[in-house]
Write a protein that binds this ligand. Sequence first.
Ligand SMILES: [Zn+2]
Length: 320
Amino acid sequence: MTLMLTIRAGAVAIALALFAAAAAHAAAPAVKSQAPGYYRMMLGDFEVTALSDGTVGLEVEKLLTRTTPPQTKRALGRAFLKDPVETSVNGYLVNTGSKLVLIDAGAGKLFGPTLGGLVASLKAAGYQPEQIDEIYITHMHPDHVGGLAADGKAVFPNAVVRADKHDADFWLSQKTLDAAPKDEKGFIEGAMASLKPYVDAGKFKAFDSDTELAPGVKAVATHGHTPGHAIYVVESKGQKLVLWGDLIHVAAVQFPNPAVTIKFDSDSKAAAAQRKKAFADAAKGGYWVGAAHLAFPGIGHLRTESSGYAFVPANYSVPR
Ligand SMILES: [Zn+2]
């Protein structure tokens, strides 16, 4: 009897141990990665692909100007966000049918380890860096040009790079570098190193303000955030997408109040004026907009709301 009880107790113990082992294996370990970083839509005959370079935490309460940290906190709260705000860095690929155009190149290695994923997103989207014909840069801050070069070589070996001459004259000038305060030299050196392989190969071509760069793609001068900041208007078959670059950094704050500026602005007054003009035009025109730091894919529409604007993100769609 005692022996039987002992055997039974042993069997129960083994069964419990097996059950515990099975339970321990029942939950799969969390994968902790995101879906491939691209989102595709058609715009008339053009194929537009948003490409994620990654995200980076921005301490926006410190960075935003012409406002106060409590006001920023309140606006973030309304969007269920907290400082630092996980901020997207997006590039946009436009296949016009005759040209493959990349708008902004991401940060490469210039803005920390959480960015620099644009080429991986491009490949996931079915394209190779060698296929890019032209690259249009909104402005020469490191999170927009850093991805152009790696180890001193062009990442996009067959591409011609275009940017507004006012940005090139500023960011690629030895004079600017010499005159810059010590803590601002890094941005300028980053721009120079990123553009260098293209400049050396005769593949960097500046343009002066409003310019048609390819059929259906034109640059519009929006100087302010940087001396030569440009936005790009993409149009096909009556459909229009305006890629805003850095006309906006913090959606939760600057859509309701476009007067709020950021420390990265070269000329914050001009930057705010450009933002207001672009927002008013987008709300009136009802066309698509996209921006480098709106939550990926950063494409949607704008409408007026109380004294500011509301962004309506694109309805998820699958091109057919
Ligand atoms: Zn930026």
